[in-house]
Write a protein that binds this ligand. Structure first.
Ligand code: C5P
Length: 315
Protein backbone atom coordinates (compact mmCIF):
# COMPACT_ATOMS: atom_id res chain seq x y z
CA UNK A 1 0.00 0.00 0.00
CA UNK A 2 1.55 3.32 -1.03
CA UNK A 3 1.45 6.66 0.80
CA UNK A 4 -0.52 9.65 -0.44
CA UNK A 5 0.01 13.36 0.06
CA UNK A 6 -3.22 15.28 -0.53
CA UNK A 7 -4.12 18.95 -0.84
CA UNK A 8 -7.32 19.85 1.05
CA UNK A 9 -8.54 23.38 0.18
CA UNK A 10 -10.72 25.64 2.32
CA UNK A 11 -14.06 26.99 1.09
CA UNK A 12 -15.85 30.29 1.36
CA UNK A 13 -19.57 30.91 0.94
CA UNK A 14 -20.35 33.48 -1.71
CA UNK A 15 -24.02 33.06 -0.82
CA UNK A 16 -25.74 31.48 2.19
CA UNK A 17 -29.50 31.69 2.60
CA UNK A 18 -31.38 29.85 5.36
CA UNK A 19 -34.79 28.94 4.05
CA UNK A 20 -36.36 26.61 6.60
CA UNK A 21 -36.21 23.74 9.03
CA UNK A 22 -35.71 20.10 8.12
CA UNK A 23 -37.22 17.04 9.74
CA UNK A 24 -33.69 15.86 10.65
CA UNK A 25 -33.12 18.96 12.81
CA UNK A 26 -30.83 20.66 10.28
CA UNK A 27 -31.66 23.68 8.14
CA UNK A 28 -32.74 23.77 4.53
CA UNK A 29 -30.16 25.98 2.79
CA UNK A 30 -29.47 27.62 -0.55
CA UNK A 31 -25.75 28.30 -0.84
CA UNK A 32 -23.01 28.99 -3.32
CA UNK A 33 -19.72 27.51 -2.21
CA UNK A 34 -16.26 28.15 -3.60
CA UNK A 35 -12.86 26.60 -2.88
CA UNK A 36 -9.83 28.83 -2.35
CA UNK A 37 -6.11 28.13 -2.56
CA UNK A 38 -5.65 28.26 1.21
CA UNK A 39 -5.23 24.55 1.92
CA UNK A 40 -4.16 21.93 4.46
CA UNK A 41 -1.88 19.04 3.54
CA UNK A 42 -2.97 15.54 4.49
CA UNK A 43 -0.31 12.83 4.45
CA UNK A 44 -1.59 9.25 4.60
CA UNK A 45 0.88 6.46 5.34
CA UNK A 46 0.26 2.74 5.85
CA UNK A 47 0.55 1.45 9.42
CA UNK A 48 1.46 -2.14 10.21
CA UNK A 49 -1.24 -2.30 12.90
CA UNK A 50 -5.04 -2.28 12.50
CA UNK A 51 -5.64 1.23 13.76
CA UNK A 52 -5.77 4.87 12.70
CA UNK A 53 -3.57 7.59 14.17
CA UNK A 54 -3.98 11.30 13.65
CA UNK A 55 -1.15 13.82 14.05
CA UNK A 56 -1.52 17.58 13.61
CA UNK A 57 0.87 20.51 13.93
CA UNK A 58 -1.92 22.78 15.25
CA UNK A 59 -2.44 22.74 19.04
CA UNK A 60 -6.22 23.39 18.80
CA UNK A 61 -6.86 20.41 16.53
CA UNK A 62 -7.79 17.23 18.45
CA UNK A 63 -6.13 14.00 17.34
CA UNK A 64 -8.73 11.69 18.88
CA UNK A 65 -12.12 10.51 17.63
CA UNK A 66 -13.52 14.04 17.88
CA UNK A 67 -11.43 14.88 14.77
CA UNK A 68 -13.61 14.53 11.67
CA UNK A 69 -10.64 13.13 9.71
CA UNK A 70 -10.39 10.32 12.24
CA UNK A 71 -14.14 9.66 11.94
CA UNK A 72 -13.76 9.55 8.14
CA UNK A 73 -11.14 6.80 8.48
CA UNK A 74 -13.32 4.85 10.93
CA UNK A 75 -16.27 5.16 8.55
CA UNK A 76 -14.19 3.68 5.72
CA UNK A 77 -13.07 0.80 7.97
CA UNK A 78 -16.68 0.10 8.97
CA UNK A 79 -17.93 0.27 5.36
CA UNK A 80 -15.08 -1.78 3.87
CA UNK A 81 -14.03 -4.26 6.59
CA UNK A 82 -12.31 -6.63 4.12
CA UNK A 83 -10.10 -3.87 2.73
CA UNK A 84 -9.33 -2.72 6.26
CA UNK A 85 -8.25 -6.18 7.36
CA UNK A 86 -6.25 -6.66 4.12
CA UNK A 87 -4.45 -3.35 4.12
CA UNK A 88 -4.36 -2.45 7.84
CA UNK A 89 -4.40 0.95 9.53
CA UNK A 90 -3.26 4.38 8.41
CA UNK A 91 -1.22 7.21 9.89
CA UNK A 92 -2.94 10.53 9.11
CA UNK A 93 -0.75 13.63 9.38
CA UNK A 94 -2.53 16.97 9.03
CA UNK A 95 -0.44 20.04 8.24
CA UNK A 96 -2.81 22.87 9.10
CA UNK A 97 -2.82 26.13 7.20
CA UNK A 98 -6.58 26.76 7.28
CA UNK A 99 -7.69 28.62 10.43
CA UNK A 100 -9.67 26.42 12.83
CA UNK A 101 -13.41 26.93 13.61
CA UNK A 102 -13.45 29.75 11.08
CA UNK A 103 -16.37 28.98 8.74
CA UNK A 104 -13.86 27.78 6.11
CA UNK A 105 -14.67 24.03 6.29
CA UNK A 106 -11.20 23.18 7.63
CA UNK A 107 -12.38 20.02 9.43
CA UNK A 108 -14.67 19.01 6.56
CA UNK A 109 -11.96 19.29 3.91
CA UNK A 110 -9.59 17.16 6.05
CA UNK A 111 -12.30 14.48 6.30
CA UNK A 112 -12.90 14.71 2.54
CA UNK A 113 -9.17 14.15 1.93
CA UNK A 114 -9.17 11.06 4.15
CA UNK A 115 -12.12 9.57 2.21
CA UNK A 116 -10.45 10.24 -1.15
CA UNK A 117 -7.05 9.01 0.13
CA UNK A 118 -8.35 5.76 1.61
CA UNK A 119 -10.33 5.06 -1.57
CA UNK A 120 -6.98 5.27 -3.41
CA UNK A 121 -4.92 3.36 -0.83
CA UNK A 122 -7.37 0.47 -0.63
CA UNK A 123 -8.06 0.43 -4.41
CA UNK A 124 -11.80 0.70 -3.76
CA UNK A 125 -12.61 2.53 -7.00
CA UNK A 126 -15.56 4.39 -5.46
CA UNK A 127 -17.62 6.62 -7.76
CA UNK A 128 -18.09 10.33 -7.04
CA UNK A 129 -21.64 9.65 -5.86
CA UNK A 130 -20.54 6.81 -3.54
CA UNK A 131 -17.88 9.08 -2.06
CA UNK A 132 -20.41 11.92 -1.76
CA UNK A 133 -22.83 9.70 0.15
CA UNK A 134 -20.15 8.67 2.66
CA UNK A 135 -19.07 12.31 2.90
CA UNK A 136 -22.62 13.52 3.66
CA UNK A 137 -22.85 11.16 6.63
CA UNK A 138 -19.83 12.95 8.16
CA UNK A 139 -20.95 16.56 7.69
CA UNK A 140 -22.96 18.85 5.43
CA UNK A 141 -19.91 20.51 3.81
CA UNK A 142 -17.85 17.34 3.27
CA UNK A 143 -19.39 16.37 -0.14
CA UNK A 144 -18.62 19.83 -1.54
CA UNK A 145 -15.02 19.66 -0.31
CA UNK A 146 -14.33 16.52 -2.39
CA UNK A 147 -14.87 18.10 -5.81
CA UNK A 148 -14.56 21.77 -4.79
CA UNK A 149 -14.60 24.52 -7.41
CA UNK A 150 -17.82 26.55 -7.56
CA UNK A 151 -21.16 24.92 -6.78
CA UNK A 152 -24.71 25.58 -5.73
CA UNK A 153 -25.44 23.60 -2.56
CA UNK A 154 -28.98 22.96 -1.36
CA UNK A 155 -30.67 20.61 1.11
CA UNK A 156 -28.41 20.43 4.17
CA UNK A 157 -25.63 21.69 1.89
CA UNK A 158 -24.91 18.23 0.48
CA UNK A 159 -26.94 18.48 -2.76
CA UNK A 160 -24.53 19.94 -5.27
CA UNK A 161 -24.87 21.50 -8.72
CA UNK A 162 -21.48 22.46 -10.15
CA UNK A 163 -21.02 25.92 -11.64
CA UNK A 164 -18.41 26.93 -14.25
CA UNK A 165 -14.95 27.53 -12.82
CA UNK A 166 -14.35 30.84 -11.16
CA UNK A 167 -10.57 30.89 -11.01
CA UNK A 168 -8.50 33.89 -10.04
CA UNK A 169 -10.96 35.91 -8.03
CA UNK A 170 -8.58 37.73 -5.67
CA UNK A 171 -9.38 37.56 -1.99
CA UNK A 172 -8.08 38.90 1.31
CA UNK A 173 -9.16 36.79 4.26
CA UNK A 174 -9.03 37.64 7.96
CA UNK A 175 -9.59 35.64 11.12
CA UNK A 176 -8.94 36.37 14.79
CA UNK A 177 -6.90 33.38 15.96
CA UNK A 178 -8.53 33.22 19.40
CA UNK A 179 -12.10 33.69 18.18
CA UNK A 180 -14.07 30.54 17.39
CA UNK A 181 -17.74 30.27 16.43
CA UNK A 182 -19.61 26.99 16.78
CA UNK A 183 -21.62 26.23 13.65
CA UNK A 184 -24.32 24.56 15.76
CA UNK A 185 -24.61 27.66 17.94
CA UNK A 186 -24.91 29.97 14.91
CA UNK A 187 -27.71 27.93 13.30
CA UNK A 188 -29.57 27.39 16.58
CA UNK A 189 -29.41 31.09 17.44
CA UNK A 190 -30.64 31.93 13.96
CA UNK A 191 -33.59 29.58 14.47
CA UNK A 192 -34.43 31.22 17.82
CA UNK A 193 -34.35 34.72 16.33
CA UNK A 194 -35.66 34.20 12.80
CA UNK A 195 -37.49 30.87 12.93
CA UNK A 196 -40.81 32.67 12.39
CA UNK A 197 -39.64 33.73 8.90
CA UNK A 198 -38.93 30.11 7.81
CA UNK A 199 -40.83 28.70 4.88
CA UNK A 200 -42.95 25.76 6.05
CA UNK A 201 -44.55 23.99 3.09
CA UNK A 202 -42.53 21.72 0.82
CA UNK A 203 -43.48 23.51 -2.42
CA UNK A 204 -42.29 26.89 -1.15
CA UNK A 205 -39.05 25.37 0.17
CA UNK A 206 -38.37 23.69 -3.18
CA UNK A 207 -39.22 26.87 -5.10
CA UNK A 208 -36.85 28.94 -2.95
CA UNK A 209 -34.02 26.41 -3.28
CA UNK A 210 -34.53 26.36 -7.06
CA UNK A 211 -34.58 30.16 -7.24
CA UNK A 212 -30.89 30.33 -6.41
CA UNK A 213 -30.11 28.58 -9.73
CA UNK A 214 -31.44 31.56 -11.67
CA UNK A 215 -30.53 34.16 -9.04
CA UNK A 216 -28.33 37.24 -9.35
CA UNK A 217 -25.24 35.57 -7.84
CA UNK A 218 -25.31 32.70 -10.32
CA UNK A 219 -25.74 35.23 -13.17
CA UNK A 220 -22.71 37.16 -11.89
CA UNK A 221 -20.66 33.94 -11.68
CA UNK A 222 -21.69 32.88 -15.19
CA UNK A 223 -20.66 36.33 -16.42
CA UNK A 224 -17.35 35.93 -14.48
CA UNK A 225 -17.89 39.49 -13.26
CA UNK A 226 -15.99 40.10 -9.96
CA UNK A 227 -17.77 43.41 -9.29
CA UNK A 228 -21.24 41.89 -9.67
CA UNK A 229 -20.23 38.85 -7.59
CA UNK A 230 -18.91 41.13 -4.85
CA UNK A 231 -22.12 43.16 -4.84
CA UNK A 232 -24.32 40.07 -4.49
CA UNK A 233 -22.46 38.44 -1.56
CA UNK A 234 -24.97 37.32 1.06
CA UNK A 235 -24.82 35.38 4.32
CA UNK A 236 -27.87 35.09 6.63
CA UNK A 237 -25.66 33.92 9.52
CA UNK A 238 -24.13 37.41 9.71
CA UNK A 239 -27.41 38.46 11.38
CA UNK A 240 -26.55 36.44 14.49
CA UNK A 241 -22.75 36.33 14.45
CA UNK A 242 -21.99 40.05 13.84
CA UNK A 243 -24.09 41.38 16.77
CA UNK A 244 -22.54 38.78 19.12
CA UNK A 245 -18.95 39.34 18.01
CA UNK A 246 -18.35 43.12 17.64
CA UNK A 247 -14.71 42.45 16.61
CA UNK A 248 -15.98 40.63 13.52
CA UNK A 249 -18.43 43.41 12.69
CA UNK A 250 -15.62 45.97 13.02
CA UNK A 251 -13.39 43.91 10.74
CA UNK A 252 -16.12 43.64 8.14
CA UNK A 253 -16.76 47.40 8.26
CA UNK A 254 -13.05 48.11 8.00
CA UNK A 255 -12.77 45.89 4.89
CA UNK A 256 -15.79 47.62 3.34
CA UNK A 257 -14.10 51.04 3.70
CA UNK A 258 -10.87 50.05 1.91
CA UNK A 259 -10.37 51.41 -1.60
CA UNK A 260 -10.10 48.49 -4.03
CA UNK A 261 -12.46 46.24 -2.04
CA UNK A 262 -15.33 45.23 -4.32
CA UNK A 263 -17.31 43.51 -1.57
CA UNK A 264 -16.90 41.79 1.78
CA UNK A 265 -18.72 39.09 3.76
CA UNK A 266 -18.37 36.66 6.64
CA UNK A 267 -17.79 33.07 5.46
CA UNK A 268 -20.12 30.28 6.67
CA UNK A 269 -20.80 30.55 10.38
CA UNK A 270 -17.72 32.78 10.74
CA UNK A 271 -15.82 34.34 12.29
CA UNK A 272 -13.58 34.61 9.20
CA UNK A 273 -14.29 37.57 6.94
CA UNK A 274 -13.20 37.83 3.32
CA UNK A 275 -13.01 40.66 0.81
CA UNK A 276 -13.01 40.39 -2.97
CA UNK A 277 -10.46 42.76 -4.50
CA UNK A 278 -9.61 43.79 -8.05
CA UNK A 279 -6.07 42.46 -8.40
CA UNK A 280 -3.18 40.77 -6.57
CA UNK A 281 -1.57 44.21 -6.14
CA UNK A 282 -4.75 45.51 -4.56
CA UNK A 283 -4.83 42.44 -2.27
CA UNK A 284 -1.35 43.32 -0.95
CA UNK A 285 -2.39 46.92 -0.33
CA UNK A 286 -5.65 45.97 1.41
CA UNK A 287 -3.87 43.42 3.61
CA UNK A 288 -1.32 46.10 4.63
CA UNK A 289 -4.05 48.63 5.37
CA UNK A 290 -5.95 46.16 7.57
CA UNK A 291 -2.74 45.25 9.38
CA UNK A 292 -1.97 48.93 10.04
CA UNK A 293 -5.50 49.56 11.32
CA UNK A 294 -5.48 46.40 13.51
CA UNK A 295 -1.87 45.70 14.57
CA UNK A 296 -3.13 42.97 16.98
CA UNK A 297 -1.14 39.82 16.10
CA UNK A 298 -4.19 37.75 17.06
CA UNK A 299 -5.60 38.79 13.69
CA UNK A 300 -4.40 36.45 10.93
CA UNK A 301 -4.48 37.81 7.38
CA UNK A 302 -4.20 35.82 4.16
CA UNK A 303 -4.05 36.68 0.48
CA UNK A 304 -5.75 33.95 -1.48
CA UNK A 305 -7.72 33.32 -4.67
CA UNK A 306 -10.53 31.12 -5.87
CA UNK A 307 -9.58 27.76 -7.44
CA UNK A 308 -11.40 25.16 -9.52
CA UNK A 309 -10.58 21.99 -7.58
CA UNK A 310 -11.25 20.22 -4.30
CA UNK A 311 -9.16 17.35 -2.92
CA UNK A 312 -6.20 16.52 -5.11
CA UNK A 313 -2.93 14.63 -4.92
CA UNK A 314 -0.04 16.99 -4.14
CA UNK A 315 2.29 17.46 -7.11
O1 C5P B 1 -23.20 19.14 9.18
P1 C5P B 1 -22.31 19.76 10.19
O2 C5P B 1 -21.85 18.76 11.23
O3 C5P B 1 -21.19 20.54 9.62
O4 C5P B 1 -23.23 20.81 10.97
C1 C5P B 1 -22.86 21.36 12.21
C2 C5P B 1 -24.10 21.96 12.86
O5 C5P B 1 -24.59 23.06 12.09
C3 C5P B 1 -25.29 21.00 12.96
O6 C5P B 1 -25.25 20.26 14.15
C4 C5P B 1 -26.47 21.94 12.94
O7 C5P B 1 -26.72 22.48 14.23
C5 C5P B 1 -26.01 23.09 12.05
N1 C5P B 1 -26.47 22.96 10.65
C6 C5P B 1 -27.81 23.16 10.35
N2 C5P B 1 -28.22 23.04 9.07
C7 C5P B 1 -27.37 22.70 8.09
C8 C5P B 1 -26.00 22.49 8.36
C9 C5P B 1 -25.59 22.62 9.66
O8 C5P B 1 -28.62 23.48 11.23
N3 C5P B 1 -27.83 22.58 6.84
Amino acid sequence: MRSYNLIAPAKINLYLEIIGDRADGYHELAMIMQTIDLADQIYLQPLSIDTFRVHCNHPQVPTDKSNLAYRAAELMAAQFPDAFSNFGGIDITIKKHIPVAAGLAGGSTNAAAVLVGIDLMWNLGLTQSELAELAASLGSDVPFCIAGGSAIATGRGEQLSPLPNLDHLHIVLAKYRSLEVSTGWAYNTYRQQFGDTYLRDTDSLTARANAVHSGEMVKAILAKDPTAIAQKLHNDLEKVVLPTYPQVLELRELFARQPGVLGTMMSGSGPSVFAIVESPQQATIVKQQIREAIPDQDLELFITRTISHGIKIAP
